[in-house]
Design a binder for this molecule. Structure first.
Ligand code: PRX
Length: 647
C-alpha cells in the first residue's frame, strides 16, 4: 500500500467533464433513483423504438433474470457508425498501427461504415442470420473491428477467440457456441513473427466435435501461402468486393445478445459470458466517456487485444459509440524496441493511453531512457486495467510516461461486468497509487465476511456488487444454471465478483486479488483447473495441482505440481514436454513457469488437495504453512519443500 495521495490538479479539473461536486451529485442520484438515472442516461444512444421500461432485475436464484431497457429496440453498429456520418463522416474512426512500424492506416467513419456494410451483406450471403454465432479468430487488424460491427449490424452474435489460443482451445469455443462461420486470417504478426492462424483454424475445424461450421472466411494479411479447402474457405476480400455497400441495420431488441466471450472460472471449462445490446452499449459508452474524460477530437489508445473484454468495450464499442478516434495496435511493446509504445503515442499524438500493469512493469525494467526517446506531450490521461497495479509501477508510469501531470485511472472490472465498475474519474478523484478508488455511477460495492454479513467502514472482505447495472452479463451461454451458481449462490441477493478487496478510511477500494482458484497471468485470466486438466490429459500424468505464484513482470506466474504414473520416471525432457503440451492444449499464455515433480500431493483425509499449502510452498513461504495436522500424510509437505522449483 502506498501512502502517497495525488490530488486532482486544477489543470485537469478545469477542463474535465466531471468534477468532485458533480461526481457526488450524480453518484447520489444514481443510487437513490436508479430508474431515473439510467432512464436519463439510456438516451445517450440512438433507439429505433425508445424504451419505456428501464430496469427489470431479480437476483433470486430460483427466478433470476436481468433486463435493461427491455422494450427498446436498436442497432449497435448504427450507433457506432451511421449516427456519426453526418457530423464526422470524414473523421478518423480507427487508426491502425501495424506490427511493422512503417505500416499505419487511418479509416474514417464513412470508410468504416462502408466496410462494415459490405461485410455484413457478405455474411448474410453466407447464410448468417440474426441470432447465429460467428467466431472471430483474428489478429489486431481493422478486419477484427469490421467483423464485430458487421455481426452487430445483422444481429448475429460474435464470439472472439484470442489469436494466442491453441487449435484445441479454439475448437472448444466453436463447439460450445455452435458457430456457423469462423473468421480468421492467413497469419497474424507479432514482433515480426508470423502466427499461423489459418493453420490453427484448419486444425480446430478438423476436431470431431466441431460440426456446426459451414464457412471459414480468411483475411489475406501477410500473404503467406496457406492450405485451402474450396468447399469451405472463402477470401474476405473477395466476398466484400462482391457485396453491396448498402446494408440497412437490423432492428434488435435491447436484450438480444451482442456477443459471447469465453472466460476462465475456478472450475470446469471456460464459460461463455453473454452480453446483450442496449444496456451494454449504454454502459460501455458512458464509462468510456467519463472514466477517460473523453472529449471530442481526442485520440484514444487502448493497447488491449480485441480477444479480451477490454478490447470489446474500450477499443471498439465504447469509443465508436462516442464517435472517438480509436487506435488499434497489432504489435507488441518490445518490437522493434522498448520505445515502441511511446513512439506510437508520439506518431499519432495520443491523448488518452490505456494499458496493463504487466506491460508497464516490463517496460519499467528496460529503463526510463526508452520513454525519453519520444515526445509524449500529447498525453493527458493514463489508464491501467487487468490486475492490481503495484505502487512502484504506478509511480513510474506517473513520473516517466505522464510527466507528473496525467492522472492515472486504475480501472477495476471483469469480463462479466461489461464495463468499468470501480475507477477514479480524472477531474473528480484524488489518486492513491494501487487503489482503484471509488465506484462508477450506479455501482454499489460491498465487502462481505465469510458468512455473507456486510462489513462497514474501513475493512477487508469479499467484493460483491449489490444491485445490477446495465452492462452486466445476462447469462452463461447455454448454461443459465452455471450463471446462477457461479455469481449468485455464494452470497444471497448480490453479484459475487470472486475478488477480495480492502476499503480504507476514505472509502477507497484496494483490490487484493481473486479469492477463488482463478489466477491472473499478465492480466490474462486463467483457471487453475484448466491447466490441471490439460496436464492430466497427458498419458504420463496421474495427477496435477496448479497454483499462482508471485511473478515480477506477469503479476502471477503458473506453478504446477505433477504426479506421474507409477511406471514413469521424471526427467528434464519430460518436464519440457509437459510445458509444451500445455501450450498446445491451451496456448502460450498457459505455459507453466515452474513444474515440480510431486510423488504425493497434500490432501485432507477426505481427499481434497490443500491448495493453501501448495501456494505457500510455491511462494517460498514454507515457514507460514499453517496447520498441516489435518493432512492424510503430513510427510509429503517436507518432500515438496525440498524439491521446490522457485528458489
Ligand atoms: O481479479 C480482477 C482483475 O481481473 C479480473 C477480471 O479479469 P477479466 O475478466 O479477464 O477482465 C480483465 C479486464 C477487465 C478481476 O476479477 N482485475 C481487473 N482489473 C483490475 C483487476 N484487479 C485489480 N485492479 C484492477 N484494476
Amino acid at each position: 500500500m502506498s501512502a502517497n495521495v495525488y490530488p486532482v490538479s486544477d489543470e485537469i479539473a478545469k477542463g474535465a467533464l466531471i468534477d468532485k461536486a458533480k461526481y457526488d451529485a450524480m453518484y447520489k442520484q444514481s443510487v437513490e433513483d436508479p430508474e431515473g438515472f439510467w432512464g436519463e442516461h439510456g438516451k445517450r444512444i440512438d433507439w429505433i423504438k425508445p424504451f419505456t421500461k428501464v430496469k427489470n432485475v431479480s437476483y433470486d436464484p430460483h427466478n433470476l433474470y436481468i433486463k435493461w431497457y427491455e422494450d427498446g429496440t436498436l442497432n449497435v453498429s448504427a450507433n457506432c457508425l451511421d449516427r456519426h456520418l453526418e457530423k464526422r463522416g470524414d473523421q478518423t474512426a480507427i487508426i491502425f498501427e501495424g506490427d511493422d512500424p512503417s505500416v499505419s492506416e487511418h479509416i474514417t467513419y464513412k470508410d468504416l461504415h462502408e466496410r462494415v456494410s459490405r461485410f455484413a451483406n457478405a455474411l448474410k450471403s453466407l447464410g448468417v442470420n440474426k441470432g447465429d454465432r460467428v467466431v472471430i479468430y483474428l489478429p489486431m487488424i481493422p478486419a477484427a473491428a469490421v467483423s464485430m460491427l458487421a455481426c452487430a449490424r445483422i444481429g448475429a452474435i460474435h464470439s472472439i477467440v484470442f489469436g494466442g489460443f491453441s487449435p484445441e482451445a479454439l475448437a472448444g469455443r466453436i463447439e460450445d457456441c455452435g458457430a456457423k462461420v469462423v473468421i480468421t486470417a492467413d497469419e497474424g504478426l507479432r514482433g515480426g513473427r508470423g502466427v499461423a492462424l489459418k493453420r490453427n483454424a484448419d486444425e480446430a475445424l478438423s476436431h470431431a466435435g466441431v460440426k456446426s461450421v459451414e464457412k471459414l472466411v480468411v483475411v489475406k494479411h501477410t500473404g503467406k501461402d496457406i492450405p485451402w479447402n474450396d468447399a469451405r474457405d472463402v477470401w474476405y476480400q473477395d466476398i466484400c468486393d462482391a457485396a453491396s455497400p448498402d446494408c440497412p441495420p437490423t432492428e434488435v431488441n435491447a436484450e438480444d445478445p451482442l456477443f459471447v466471450l469465453y472466460t476462465s472460472g475456478s472450475t470446469g471449462k471456460p464459460k461463455g459470458v453473454l452480453h446483450t445490446s442496449g444496456g451494454y452499449l449504454v454502459y460501455a459508452s458512458m464509462t468510456h466517456q467519463y472514466v477517460f474524460d473523453y472529449h471530442e477530437g481526442d485520440v484514444y489508445w487502448c493497447t488491449a487485444d480485441v480477444g479480451w473484454v477490454t478490447g470489446h468495450s474500450y477499443i471498439v464499442y465504447g469509443p465508436l459509440a462516442n464517435g472517438a478516434t480509436t487506435l488499434m495496435f497489432e504489435g507488441v511493446p518490445s518490437y522493434p524496441d522498448a520505445s515502441r509504445f511511446w513512439k506510437v503515442c508520439e506518431k499519432h499524438k495520443v491523448n488518452i493511453f490505456y494499458t496493463a500493469p504487466t506491460a508497464i512493469r516490463a517496460l519499467m525494467r528496460e529503463g526510463a531512457e526508452w520513454v525519453e526517446k519520444a515526445d509524449l506531450s500529447s498525453l493527458r490521461i493514463l489508464g491501467s486495467v487487468g490486475e492490481p497495479i503495484n505502487p512502484e509501477a504506478w509511480e513510474w508510469y506517473h513520473e516517466h510516461v505522464g510527466k507528473r501531470k496525467c492522472p492515472i485511472v486504475d480501472t477495476w472490472w471483469q469480463t462479466e461486468t461489461g464495463g468499468i465498475l470501480i475507477s477514479p474519474l480524472p477531474g473528480a478523484t484524488d489518486l492513491k497509487p494501487g487503489s482503484a478508488t471509488l465506484p462508477f455511477f450506479g455501482v454499489e460495492p460491498a465487502l462481505l465476511d465469510h458468512e455473507g454479513n456486510e462489513l462497514e467502514g474501513a475493512t477487508e472482505g469479499s467484493l460483491v456488487i449489490k444491485y445490477s447495472w446495465p452492462g452486466q452479463m445476462r447469462t452463461v451461454y447455454g448454461d443459465h444454471e452455471r450463471f446462477i451458481q457461479t455469481y449468485f449462490s455464494t452470497f444471497a441477493g448480490v453479484y459475487t465478483t470472486g475478488d477480495g478487496a480492502r476499503r480504507d478510511e476514505d472509502g477507497y477500494y484496494w483490490i487484493t486479488g481473486r479469492v477463488d482458484d482463478v489466477i491472473n497471468v499478465s492480466g490474462h485470466r486463467m483457471g487453475t483447473a484448466e491447466v490441471e486438466s490439460a496436464l492430466v490429459a497427458h498419458p504420463k500424468v496421474a495427477e496435477a495441482a496448479v497454483v499462482g505464484v508471485p511473478h515480477d513482470i506477469k503479476g502471477q506466474g503458473i506453478y504446477a505440481y505433477v504426479t506421474l504414473n507409477a511406471d514413469e520416471e521424471p526427467s528434464d525432457e519430460l518436464r519440457a514436454e509437459l510445458v509444451k503440451w500445455v501450450r498446445k492444449e491451451i496456448g502460450p499464455i498457459a505455459s507453466p513457469d515452474y513444474l515440480q515433480w510431486s510423488p504425493g500431493l497434500p490432501k485432507t483425509r477426505s481427499g481434497k488437495i490443500m491448495r493453501r499449502i501448495l501456494r505457500k510452498i510455491a511462494a517460498n513461504e514454507y515457514d507460514q504453512l499453517g496447520d498441516t495436522s489435518t493432512l492424510a500424510d503430513p510427510g509429503v509437505v517436507n518432500d515438496l519443500i525440498d524439491n521446490r522449483q522457485n528458489r
